[in-house]
Design a binder for this molecule. Structure first.
Ligand SMILES: *[C@@H]1O[C@H](CO)[C@@H](O)[C@H](O)[C@H]1NC(C)=O
Length: 244
C-alpha cells in the first residue's frame, strides 16, 4: 500500500518534471543524390543526418555541402534556424532560407516544421525564388512556429536530383502564396510579444555566421557590413510589428 503510493508519487513527479525537458529534432532529407548535409552551430558540425537537441537550438545554420560551399555555407543556399519553445506569445521557433551575399543559390531547398506546426514551411527551388532572404529587410520570408518541441525537416532537391528550376513554376507559385499567408499569420501574433522575443531569428543566425566568419576568414569588412544590415533589419521588423 505504502509502496504503491510512493511509486505513484514518483511517477507523477517524474512525468511532471519530464514535461519541461525541451527538445527539438532537425532532420535532413537529401534527395539530390550528391552532397553532404551540414547542420552547424558555433563552428561545430552537429550532424549530417539528424540531430536532437536537449533544450533549445539557437542560431544554427544548415546547407548542402556540394564541394563548393565554404564552411559557413558561402556560395551556397543557406538555411538559418532557431528552434525554441515560446516563453511568451510571439516567441518560438523560426527558420528561413538565405541567399544574401556571400550565399548564392546552389540547390533547391525546402524547410518544414513537424511534430508541431505540421506543414508550415517554405521552399526555394530556383535562383529567382522569392521565398529567400535577398537583403536583411526581407523578414517576411521567415517561417515561424509557436508550438513546443517543434522539429524541422530540411529537404534538398525536394523534387529529386533531376529537378530543373524552370519545370515547376506553377507548383512553386502555389507554394509561395501559401507561405506568404503563413508568414503573415505568424507575424501578426508576433506583434503582442515583447521586443526582445520578437527580434528576428535570422539576425541572430546571421550574427553567429558573422562571428564564425570573422574568426575563420579575414572578411572583417563584410562582417561589419552585415552587422549594419542586421541592425537595419531589426529596426524594420520592429517598425512593422508596431504598425500591424
Ligand atoms: C566562393 O566562390 C568564389 C568564386 O568562385 C570564390 O572565389 C570563393 O573563394 C568562394 N568562397 C568560398 C568560401 O568557398
Amino acid at each position: 500500500m505504502v509502496f504503491t503510493f510512493l511509486s505513484t508519487a514518483l511517477v507523477v513527479f517524474v512525468s511532471a518534471t519530464g514535461i519541461y525537458a525541451e527538445s527539438h529534432t532537425v532532420k535532413f532529407d537529401n534527395k539530390c543524390g550528391y552532397g553532404t548535409p551540414q547542420l552547424i552551430k558555433g563552428g561545430d558540425v552537429l550532424t549530417t543526418t539528424s540531430y536532437t537537441s536537449s533544450g533549445e537550438l539557437a542560431a544554427a545554420i544548415a546547407y548542402l555541402q556540394t564541394g563548393s560551399c565554404g564552411f559557413n555555407g558561402e556560395n551556397c543556399t543557406l538555411l538559418e534556424l532557431t528552434m525554441t519553445n515560446p516563453v511568451a506569445v510571439g516567441g518560438g521557433s523560426s527558420a528561413d532560407i538565405s541567399l544574401i551575399t556571400p550565399h548564392t543559390f546552389s540547390v533547391a531547398t525546402s524547410i518544414e516544421f513537424y511534430g508541431g506546426c505540421d506543414g508550415v514551411g517554405t521552399t526555394c527551388k530556383s535562383a529567382g525564388c522569392n521565398t529567400a532572404f535577398r537583403q536583411p529587410d526581407d523578414t517576411w520570408v521567415q517561417v515561424a512556429c509557436q508550438a513546443n518541441d517543434a522539429n524541422l525537416l530540411i529537404t534538398f532537391c525536394p523534387d529529386g536530383g533531376s529537378s530543373s528550376p524552370s519545370k515547376d513554376t506553377t507548383v512553386q507559385q502555389t507554394a509561395t502564396t501559401k507561405t506568404a499567408t503563413t508568414t503573415k499569420t505568424t507575424s501578426t501574433s508576433k506583434t503582442t510579444s515583447s521586443t526582445k522575443i520578437s527580434a528576428p531569428t535570422s539576425s541572430v543566425a546571421h550574427d553567429s555566421t558573422s562571428t564564425t566568419l570573422a574568426s575563420s576568414t579575414p572578411t572583417a569588412t563584410r562582417t561589419c557590413k552585415r552587422k549594419v544590415a542586421e541592425r537595419r533589419a531589426l529596426k524594420a521588423h520592429r517598425k512593422r510589428a508596431r504598425n500591424l
